[in-house]
Design a protein around this ligand. Structure first.
Ligand SMILES: [Zn+2]
Length: 393
């Protein structure tokens, strides 16, 4: 409910008039002069970007900020009272979410994500950037080595895919990209975990042969992929997410040590509505499992828990940069925040600007991947975020 009449002189004023152009913070003095205290509190709960950004039109009734017919119908059906999390859980699962839900090692999920975005260094991609002059596949010498060719189409892979139960469609159906193939695989309920492991093994094999001239018979691809998948499942206690929708969702339950010479940066946020504050927690762990640094910081209370998580993630990145650690894996328990980091397109969500800015500060080799853990796997960062409560009393 709007309490105020328009103050003379402010009829044509824009929201930017309420933001201090130097500090990039809400002008609380002006707000208190113009609005009811309840409205002032609401306005102050909207996080601002520290840098000037273009205005955007967003749809506020789902966490992506993008209008969908489903969320529009829900809004019209007066269901807009759903929390952002509930609204998110009702959304259609897209391919990125499904990739993230696969119970395969993180490196394999990241690899598939890159492959679906055609962002792996196949010869065709290097040739397009004029890094190499020849883009021919070194296995078959008959076609350019595109991502699709290297992982699926190469005739030298036929014996492997023909032995893979459920992939008979390869002989009669072609796709325009790996993304289209993966989309098809999900929609047809194929054994995507093993299929993705096989693709990853093909890529690994290709690199082993290319860089180390190692003998890696194609007949070993499926056995090696199956073994790696079963090892992963044995060593990772995973559980389906609550209300995970039609597909199974799998997340890491315990901390895992990052690869050698790589750090993990965990983040978590906490809210204290009764105090009008939020807490941000960050923990940095090295590849030997030792905690290298931690941070516990308070922040103004924004209007949704997702925003606190985004603020914690952004703070985690700036903290890692202040410490000069690299490369690192950013890990947190907020599915929506991690997905926004992983998405190629800019998010229109209420916290999209926070993540866009944090991403824009990252070098390509600085943060090598984003990863999600469940709350109990992120306990220290969680406790640090909760710890700031004690600073208010
Ligand atoms: Zn080939």
């Amino acid at each position: 409910m709007i309490y105020e009449l328009v103050v003379p002189g402010f009829k044509e004023a824009k929201v930017s008039a309420l933001i201090n152009p130097v500090t990039r913070r809400w002008d609380t003095y002006l707000l208190r002069g113009l609005f009811h205290p309840t409205e002032v509190a609401l306005i102050l709960s909207i996080p601002l970007s520290p840098l000037p950004v273009e205005d955007k039109v967003i749809w506020p009734f789902n966490s992506s900020g993008v209008y969908s017919v489903k969320s529009g119908s829900r809004f019209l059906a007066n269901e807009a009272i759903l929390s952002p999390l509930q609204a998110y859980q009702h959304q259609h699962e897209d391919i990125w979410k499904r990739i993230w839900s696969l119970a395969v090692p993180n490196k394999v999920r990241n690899f598939l994500w890159c492959a679906c975005r055609n962002a792996i260094p196949v010869k065709r991609n290097l040739w397009k950037r004029r890094i190499i002059m020849d883009d021919k596949c070194e296995h078959c010498l008959s076609a350019p080595e595109t991502t699709y060719h290297a992982l699926w189409e190469c005739p030298k892979h036929s014996e492997v895919w023909e032995a893979f139960s459920g992939c008979e469609f390869r002989q009669v159906r072609s796709f325009s990209s790996i993304r289209e193939l993966v989309d098809f695989g999900f929609s047809e309920d194929k054994n995507m975990e093993l299929m993705v492991m096989v693709m990853w093994t093909f890529w690994y094999r290709r690199n082993q042969i290319r860089t180390r001239h190692l003998d890696f018979p194609a007949s070993q691809v499926i056995p090696q992929a199956s073994q790696a998948l079963s090892d992963f499942k044995q060593h990772n206690i995973s559980l389906p997410l609550q209300q995970g929708g039609s597909g199974q969702s799998w997340v890491r339950r315990h901390w895992s040590i990052p690869p050698t010479d790589c750090f993990k940066v965990y983040f978590d946020g906490a809210t204290f509505p009764e105090l009008g504050k939020a807490g941000l927690g960050v923990v940095v762990q090295n590849w030997e499992g030792n905690v290298m640094a931690s941070l516990s910081e308070q922040a103004p209370l924004p209007f949704s828990p997702d925003i606190v998580e985004a603020m914690a993630a952004a703070r985690a990145i700036s903290f890692a940069q202040e410490l000069g650690i690299r490369p690192f894996i950013l890990e947190g328990d907020s599915e929506v925040v991690i997905e926004t980091f992983m998405a190629a397109e800019e998010s229109l969500s209420s916290f999209g600007h926070i993540i866009s800015l944090a991403k824009s500060t990252l070098d390509t080799n600085e943060c090598i991947s984003f990863s999600r853990t469940v709350r109990c796997g992120n306990k220290v960062a969680h406790n640090l975020a909760r710890h700031v409560r004690g600073l208010f009393v």
